[in-house]
Design a protein around this ligand. Structure first.
Ligand SMILES: Nc1nc2c(ncn2[C@@H]2O[C@H](COP(=O)(O)OP(=O)(O)OP(=O)(O)O)[C@@H](O)[C@H]2O)c(=O)[nH]1
Ligand SMILES: [Mg+2]
Length: 301
């Protein structure tokens, strides 16, 4: 505290008189790293990440607080060009809908891949959006990003351009500052200790779904959903608190059900083990995961 101003805060302690708060949506083609970016910005794994396309299904929010304000990031399903099917259509529709009622659009791109028809789909979806658009070139940690220049050539149609790495954290603070600058003045939308709109059951179901994506081939993950029936707080034999989680993997038909179970139940045990290890890391407690595989015909295309 400065002697010249007894009783007054030093400049670093001064809180801004007004805060800038609002919603910033992360959009882009599939696999550019929107969910990885959300997790890096929030500092916690909220959104699942895999190398497979269209991992994210539900727009999920993650909150970033700074003394200057609050950004509520909305992660969205990526645009993916494949033969039309109901799931893909539904995910594109959800991504488009997430563009409504927001304050800033963050268009995330991966300059290690050539600009293609999926990027054109995103640009088309962004055409009617009046809010400021920021271009975010992700994966700056990669040694080869041959398409950086092609994206930089388009920077004029954006209100700002940022090079970041969701892996290393490079450029993220600049991106946060750039977004805050475009947000309206107003109060925080979430209390400062709340980092997401998603509840615990949803996050647990997503971690299980991530393991299905990572451990199952081809179309199986896309014909699969996860339902968490219950999360019970119990104690292990030593009296330490733990979670007892009851969940089902839902498969579109009996063939996928058999594939998910595997010979002698080997595959479902593998998925269960991977999910349990991750859940224990995320929840900070031992987990008993009781999981079966059921058929749900509504997942058929
Ligand atoms: N090298 C590198 N890889 C990244 C980075 N960010 C994400 N990835 C990888 O890119 C792949 C896709 O990441 P996701 O975060 O699932 O991508 P997404 O855009 O959310 O994908 P969808 O949900 O399918 O639309 C994963 O294998 C990530 O590990 C990054 O900054 N650097
Ligand atoms: Mg995603």
């Amino acid at each position: 505290m400065s002697e010249a101003n007894p009783g007054q805060a030093t400049p670093t302690e001064v809180q801004p008189a007004e805060t800038r708060c609002g919603l910033a949506v992360l959009v882009g083609r599939t696999n550019v790293g929107k969910s990885t970016l959300l997790n890096a910005l929030v500092g916690r794994k909220l959104s699942i990440v895999t190398p497979k396309p269209q991992t994210t299904r539900d727009p999920i929010q993650g909150v970033v607080n700074r003394p200057e304000g609050q950004i509520v990031f909305v992660d969205t399903p990526g645009f993916f060009k494949t033969h039309a099917n109901r799931l893909v259509d539904r995910l594109h529709e959800r991504a488009r809908r997430a563009l409504q009622g927001i304050d800033v659009v963050v268009h995330v791109v991966d300059p290690s891949r050539a600009i293609g028809p999926e990027d054109e789909m995103v640009l088309e979806a962004l055409q009617g959006v009046r809010q400021p658009r920021l271009l975010c070139l992700n994966k700056s940690d990669l040694p080869e990003r041959p398409h950086v220049e092609a994206w930089l050539a388009r920077r004029e149609s954006y209100a700002g351009c940022y090079e970041v790495s969701a892996y290393t954290g490079q450029g993220l603070e600049e991106l946060v500052r750039g977004i805050l600058h475009h947000l309206p003045v107003g109060p925080r939308l979430y209390p400062e200790d709340q980092i997401t709109n998603a509840d615990q059951r949803f996050l647990i179901g997503e971690i299980i779904r991530e393991k299905v994506y990572l451990l199952m081939d081809e179309e199986v993950p896309y014909r699969t959903a996860v339902e968490v029936h219950g999360v019970e707080e119990t104690r292990d034999r030593q009296g330490r608190p733990m979670y007892h989680i009851k969940a089902s993997i839902l498969a579109a038909n009996p063939r996928y059900q058999r594939m998910l179970i595997g010979v002698g139940g080997r595959r479902i045990r593998e998925i269960g083990r991977a999910a349990r290890v991750d859940l224990e890391a995320q929840l900070g407690r031992k987990v008993f995961l009781d999981m079966d595989v059921l058929v749900d015909r509504s997942l058929e295309r």
